[in-house]
Design a protein around this ligand. Structure first.
Ligand SMILES: [Mg+2]
Length: 407
């Protein structure tokens, strides 16, 4: 009797679409590139970055191009007519890579050959990926689309294919400008962006710690508060901030330095007040780089499943963290994270990114591009809510999608 897998369909076609970003006529679309929002949004309000030292780029991340890429949508179609899809941040650059390069590793394979395709995509792009960046975003998107397709073909949610849930529900903290409002919505904590970088010296520390003190006063002693520093600091500044923030029970300092600046992470970990956590990883795109961060003493690895190589890579990173007694709490990526983290024993909570402009109500992170994207009601998403084939979402075809390349 033949193995059941030999009856699985093959992948007939892969297609790549983009939305928003600098190449599009319509900007501010959100979707997979959630930084591509309209005006007056907390996510673009004087957030500290490595570009803050330049006056003309201090106020807005969009001003230096944070939203140039736009959304990438990858759609894969099986020989039985089933389709799967996923989204990430890569726009038209990603479309080119999918349609002109990665397509050869996907079309003709059986729908369950995800790890083989993943390994071929990673190795075939080493000469121009640099082990990360937009190339890995694109590979992640293909990987996620393949998991979605496989789930839809066999009629199972992705988390069940990965081995099943280890908990009944996922508890979330919220990232946004208003942890006090997130607390009222049932979240377990709130992570705020810092607004001042090391370019501003001690005054920057004072201003951000004053914001933390004010928020601590609003939320009481027990609610988690964290700082997201988006690569904007140096070791001395981060050390001083950590000590200034400790009296206000700051739970962690996130991404103080660029991903490759491993020695700074190692140094900061030594300097931090005991008990405060050091976290990073959303801009890291390969397993070896995660190992370096893990070795440097990062307490929580935070890969973005849409930027780190997809669920296939995220599983490897979670295992790496587990071996070192560390947590893996992915950078918020909605359903693509949910289906993975509910199977991980070292992910006790997860991130929800508030994309409502004032962070005052729940809005699906990738709005408007996914149909059926769940949001944490009372700070929780249950395993039951994920019980739909694949990632349990559909592509909103009313969005202004373009297909710039074909093959
Ligand atoms: Mg972050």
């Amino acid at each position: 009797m033949p193995l059941p897998s030999t009856k699985l369909p093959t992948i007939k076609a892969i297609r790549a679409y983009s939305m928003g970003g600098a190449a599009a006529k319509i900007r501010g679309q959100g979707g997979g590139d959630y930084h591509d929002q309209g005006k007056d949004h907390w996510i673009d309000d004087h957030i500290a970055t490595p570009m803050s030292k330049y006056k003309e780029y201090e106020q807005s991340r969009q001003s230096f191009g944070l939203n140039v890429l736009g959304t990438l949508v990858v759609e894969v179609e099986a020989s039985d007519g089933t389709t799967g899809f996923a989204i990430s941040t890569a726009g038209q650059v990603g479309c080119f890579i999918v349609e002109k390069h990665l397509n050869r590793f996907v079309e003709g394979k059986r729908v369950d050959q995800i790890k083989l395709i993943h390994d071929q995509m990673i190795n075939a792009t080493l000469f121009y990926s640099g082990g990360g960046g937009v190339v890995i975003n694109t590979i992640s998107c293909v990987d996620l689309a393949l998991w979605d397709l496989y789930g839809k073909v066999i009629g199972l949610p992705v988390y069940k294919i990965l081995g099943g849930a280890v908990r009944d529900e996922i508890h979330f903290y919220a990232t946004g400008a208003r942890p006090d409002l997130a607390q009222k919505m049932g979240f377990i904590g709130g992570k705020m962006p810092t607004h001042w970088s090391s370019a501003f010296g001690d005054e920057g520390i004072e201003k951000d710690v004053a914001m933390l003190a004010d928020m601590r006063g609003r939320v009481g002693d027990d609610f988690w508060l964290m700082f997201d520093c988006w690569m904007s600091q140096d070791v001395n500044y981060a050390t001083k901030m950590a000590h200034a923030a400790a009296p206000y029970k700051l739970k962690w300092m996130e991404e103080c330095f660029p991903a490759a600046d491993v020695e700074s992470y190692r140094e900061l970990k030594k300097n931090m007040p005991k008990g405060m956590l050091m976290t990073t990883g959303e801009h890291t795109g390969n397993l070896s780089a995660f190992k370096e961060l893990s070795d440097a003493g990062v307490d929580i690895l935070q890969p973005d499943v849409g930027w780190c190589g997809g669920i296939t890579s995220l599983q490897e990173i979670a295992a790496l963290a587990k071996a070192h007694g560390q947590l893996v709490v992915p950078h918020g990526s909605s359903v693509y994270s949910h289906h993975a983290v509910i199977t991980f024993t070292n992910t006790p909570f997860s991130e929800f990114l508030m994309t409502a402009p004032k962070a005052d109500h729940l809005r699906p992170q990738f709005d408007p591009i996914l149909v059926g994207e769940p949001v944490p009601e009372g700070g929780i998403i249950t395993a039951e809510q994920l019980d739909k084939p694949g990632f349990g979402v559909e592509l909103n075809r009313d969005c202004p999608l373009e297909r710039p390349y074909t093959h």
